[in-house]
Write a protein of this length. Structure first.
Length: 590
């Protein structure tokens, strides 16, 4: 479940007056006060009882004007028969509870109201209204009202998923608040600001999306929006149309970045009106810009196992995805569903931080990709039965990752002693001036990967016994060591003896610079990656000749992948015979 993660808004039911005074009861949420004819159920399991967790978010931009008010009641729309359920409040989906959970009796059909033992005083921060329980077989979560970015979060057993990204309407869930004094009837706000691309090359155009929300009681005209980038010329956008109460609109503008500098550039925006809550009428965001960056590749981490009957689907999807591309490095971890003869325990250190809960799955640069991966983890399913559809779905996300500029370089050089089987590896690179600004901590991880690995067991679903991109070993801690910089350069050397069963001509060394694991599932992003195929250095140390009658010729591209026949352009030819193995770089113009 996932598409684009956005924020805010709430249904604010109260008396229709220009100003509400004395004590006023407000209902905050994203659904109608009464269950409508458009209400529907989101079925989680049609055949058996299922536990669930669900929530809405009331953003700080909305709650600021209610600071000091008392939240006294939570209303949950539900089917009959929901058991073992409770409600609570949080400041974030993953934070601890702000009040004791309240265990409740079996639900009745429709609204179920819960009065808090003690009123909760609103602080003005983000507020998560949360409920959980056990749904009977064939019963679902009640949805009503319009879809809203903050209106329907569901926990999938591993992390929180924004069901808005799948087009689902909002949960029937409300918080009831008692307010003393005046409450503004008119309240328009700038909820958020986002950039595309995330990092902008100076001189290119950046797309800026502002989200404007109506927190008031009545419909309001869309306001004029004034904005300026890095202290430059002020621009004004006058959109047409109106916002209903609890409505929102995304306003997009494009700006040149010629006046920007390396680093963060402030973008300020305000809506031109006077309303009951001016504090949320202005926003400032920081646009990261750069003048130069290093060549980069993206890391595709693939989670697959031999006992997994659906894993051949994922393999075919990734093969289609990378066809014709050279801007990636592919590593397969044999974890996710049971284990097999290629499983390496170190792979679990990766699968746990990116949120793998099955196979086949993958992640790109360990990056959380709204609309694909979840809100808090980078891994996503790749079990598309139609590889063409899977390629179409995933290509924009891989493009997004490869388009992020690299502010650190990764270069490898390897030598291999065929007599002792000792592999010597040197990884070196340099950093640009912006690396520490955008990514203050960096680790270096160095791995060994092997292609054309033959297995005893067959792959379920395909019968394959030869596997590529297999993670074999790590030369650093699995998630890397902190890089030790000498001025703006680094260099690390490693030695490793290849086991006899590993074929050096199929081995690649992969080096990546990644952010260190900080425990939140989102900070391990890969900043750049590169690889070195040992077949390249074997070409330099082997020059054996053989009788044509006894020799075997194989062909590889420059990434070490086997080819069925010589390629047009540059490729590697490996010749095997009783006299030994030799590898040569060839250039063909066929």
């Amino acid at each position: 479940m996932i598409r684009r993660l956005l924020t805010f808004i709430l249904l604010f039911l109260a008396c229709l007056m220009q100003t509400l005074s004395a004590q006023t009861t407000l209902r905050l949420g994203y659904c109608p006060d009464e269950i409508s004819d458009q209400a529907s159920y989101l079925m989680l399991n049609p055949s058996s009882e299922v536990r669930f967790r669900a929530a809405i978010i009331l953003p700080a931009s909305r709650m600021q004007s209610l600071k000091g008010a008392k939240l006294t009641k939570i209303r949950v729309g539900a089917p009959a028969g929901m058991t073992g359920w409770y409600v609570t409040l949080r400041n974030a989906l993953t934070s601890s509870a702000l009040i004791k959970t309240i265990d409740l009796p079996t639900t009745v059909e429709g609204w179920n109201e819960v009065t808090l033992p003690e009123p909760f005083e609103i602080t003005g921060e983000d507020l998560v209204v949360y409920y959980a329980g056990k749904l009977p077989a064939g019963k679902g979560l009640l949805l009503d009202g319009q879809a809203n970015p903050n209106g329907c979060y569901i926990h999938d057993g591993v992390d929180w998923v924004n069901a808005y990204d799948y087009g689902y309407n909002s949960l029937s869930l409300q918080a009831e608040v008692e307010v003393e004094g005046e409450v503004p009837a008119s309240d328009l706000a700038i909820e958020s600001c986002s950039f595309q691309p995330q990092f902008c090359h100076i001189g290119d155009e950046v797309s800026v999306k502002f989200r404007v929300a109506n927190y008031g009681f009545t419909e309001a005209s869309l306001p004029a929006l004034t904005y300026s980038l890095n202290g430059g010329e002020q621009h004004t956008l006058q959109p047409e149309g109106s916002l209903p109460a609890s409505g929102f609109a995304d306003l997009e503008v494009k700006l040149p970045t010629d006046g920007c500098t390396d680093g963060y550039n402030p973008l300020t925006a305000s809506i031109d009106l006077t309303d009951g809550n001016p504090d949320n009428n202005r926003i400032e965001a920081q646009l990261p810009c750069y003048a130069t960056a290093y060549p980069r590749k993206s890391l595709i981490e693939h989670f697959t196992t031999l006992p997994c009957v659906n894993c051949p689907y994922g393999l075919n999807v990734l093969r289609g995805l990378v066809s014709g591309r050279t801007d990636y490095v592919w590593v397969a971890h044999h974890v996710g569903y049971m284990t097999d003869e290629l499983t390496v325990n170190d792979s679990y250190k990766v699968s746990s931080i990116v949120g793998v809960n099955g196979a086949p799955m993958a992640c790109f640069d360990r990056t959380v990709l709204p609309g694909l991966s979840s809100n808090t983890a980078a891994a996503f399913s790749i079990g598309y039965t139609n590889p063409a559809y899977g390629k179409e779905a995933l290509s924009p996300y891989l493009d997004q990752c490869t388009s992020i500029p690299a502010f650190v370089s990764v270069n490898l050089n390897c030598t291999f002693d065929t007599a002792t089987r000792q592999l010597d590896v040197t990884v070196e690179g340099e950093r640009g001036a912006l690396l520490d600004l955008f990514y203050p901590k960096q680790n270096l991880s160095v791995w060994i990967v092997e292609d054309q690995v033959e297995t005893v067991d067959k792959q379920k679903g395909s019968g394959d016994q030869e596997h590529d991109n297999v993670f074999r070993a790590t030369l650093t801690p699995m998630l890397g060591d902190a890089i030790e910089w000498q001025d703006n350069a680094y260099s690390r050397s490693f030695s490793y003896t290849l086991p006899e069963a590993w074929k050096p001509e199929h081995v690649r060394v992969v080096a990546l610079v990644n952010r260190p694991d900080e425990g939140d599932g989102t900070a391990e992003q890969v900043l750049n990656v590169n690889q070195f195929a040992l077949v390249d250095c074997l070409a330099a140390i082997n020059d054996a000749t053989a009788s044509p009658a006894n020799e075997r010729r194989e062909y590889f591209d420059l990434q070490g992948r086997k080819l069925a026949a010589p390629a047009s352009g540059t490729y590697i030819e490996r010749i095997s015979s009783p006299a030994g193995v030799s590898s040569h770089v060839r250039v063909s113009r066929q």
